[in-house]
Design a binder for this molecule. Structure first.
Ligand SMILES: *Cc1c(COP(=O)(O)O)cnc(C)c1O
Length: 397
């Protein structure tokens, strides 16, 4: 139950349609991992995970064992990839809940071997995915040099050797992550795919037969141009390709300037609140902390019961807008921790109780996470993840 009039609505239909569309783009043979990390990009893990699974996601991807345990507690069957590796003290929980960790450090394998032994799991019964760092320089076994480079391949071989016949661990997948996720017309560095291909070749030559080859996010899937080459990489080693869309699942394709038909993705989230108080102030008066908003006419201000503690970014002060009565109203003065004031001087009909849209559509207008991202100098990912956990997520339609 929630009483404070600040909430997020998640459209079941739109999320389901987006997943269906992304599966079609992936092609019949590739699998799709629905990335639901960071509380499903702010949309609510509990609300979204069961829907994407029902809609046919082959995997779900998250970035902490905690989230994995929560997802598993919902009795969700599909495999869950922990894309962030495992930290000390997490390996047992990961295995007990049948979560599949991404690994790249030797200590990840040590932790998992020890946990497997403790739980009596042996003989390759613990699947893991190995990440290759092909140039993102963030996580994964570094492998970014030309074929024949001994140092890079020694590190890779060293970790691949850990999957010997006596190990409890099984190399179920090999993955990489591309460094150009946010813009569709920014091609993935061809070298990243090349290094990935070479790493797969090394693993194959060592007799390893991973079932999944996993690469590509929303931008890869929507731009499409790299899917065929990734598919053929998977084919050469007899594995299945796994694509990992996140942002696009929620109806926000990364931006592009090319000719890609994206009209069938729908924004899943609407963030709403209500007008909880109204007042009139005179010309020359001010509103909010530090009086940064000053009137030049008699003005009407409305109060919204949410602020930066909810994820209304403070950089939207005197800049951002919201929708009320099907029209735009701008934020007046500084966004407070739990309150925001809007200027409704030209919207005489606004009353206490009116529904206000912070992100989403109302009447014919809409405010998207792209717009807010531009106003505050960030990307839609951060805007969506920024909606605080204390805001309830409610499933609709
Ligand atoms: C977040 C993430 C994705 C999804 O990226 P989007 O740009 O949101 O589609 C895929 N793979 C990995 C490893 C990630 O961390």
């Amino acid at each position: 139950m929630f009483t404070r009039p600040v909430w997020v609505e998640i459209s079941r239909q739109k999320l389901t349609q987006n997943l269906t569309r992304l599966r079609a783009l992936a092609g019949g043979r590739a699998g799709v991992m629905a990335v639901v990390k960071a509380n499903a990009y702010g949309h609510g893990l509990m609300q979204c995970a069961p829907l994407v699974i029902a809609a046919g996601a082959d995997w779900i991807g998250i970035t902490s064992v905690d989230e994995g345990v929560r997802a598993r507690a919902m009795s969700l069957d599909p495999p869950i990839l922990i894309m962030s590796g495992v930290w000390r003290g997490e390996a047992e929980a990961a295995l007990e809940h049948a979560l599949t960790p991404v690994v790249w450090e030797h200590f990840h394998l040590d932790l998992l071997e020890a946990a497997a032994q403790k739980l009596g799991l042996r003989g390759g019964s613990v699947p893991v995915h190995l990440e290759i760092d092909t140039g993102m320089s963030r996580q994964g076994v570094r492998f970014t040099r030309p074929p024949g480079d001994t140092e890079g391949s020694a590190a890779l071989r060293g970790i691949l050797e850990r999957f010997h016949s006596g190990s409890a661990l099984r190399l179920e997948g090999i993955m990489t992550h591309f460094s150009a996720p946010e813009v569709l017309d920014d091609a993935h560095p061809p070298s990243q795919i090349g290094f990935f291909a070479e790493a797969l070749r090394v693993a194959y030559a060592m007799g390893l037969r991973p079932q999944w080859v996993s690469a590509g996010n929303s931008a890869t899937l929507l731009a499409g141009r790299d899917i065929a080459s990734l598919q053929s990489l998977a084919d050469t080693i007899g594995a299945r390709l796994l694509l990992r869309p996140g942002l696009s699942l929620y109806g926000y394709p990364p931006r592009f300037t090319g000719e890609v038909d994206l009209d069938r993705l729908h924004q899943v989230l609407t963030w709403k609140t209500r007008v909880t108080s109204l007042r009139e102030i005179g010309a020359g008066e001010s509103a909010g902390y530090n009086s940064t908003f000053r009137t030049d006419r008699k003005s009407r201000l409305a109060l919204l019961p949410c602020g930066y503690a909810d994820g209304v970014n403070r950089l939207l002060s005197n800049r951002g807008s919201v929708l009320v009565r099907g029209q735009r109203a701008t934020i007046a003065g500084r966004v407070s921790m739990d309150q925001t004031i809007i200027d409704v001087t030209d919207l005489r009909e606004v009353e206490i109780g009116d529904e206000v849209v912070l992100i989403g559509s109302q009447g014919g207008l809409s405010i998207t996470a792209y717009e807010i991202a531009d106003q505050i100098g960030t990307i839609p990912y951060e805007v969506l993840c920024g909606i605080n956990q204390r805001v309830p997520r409610v499933l609709v339609d």
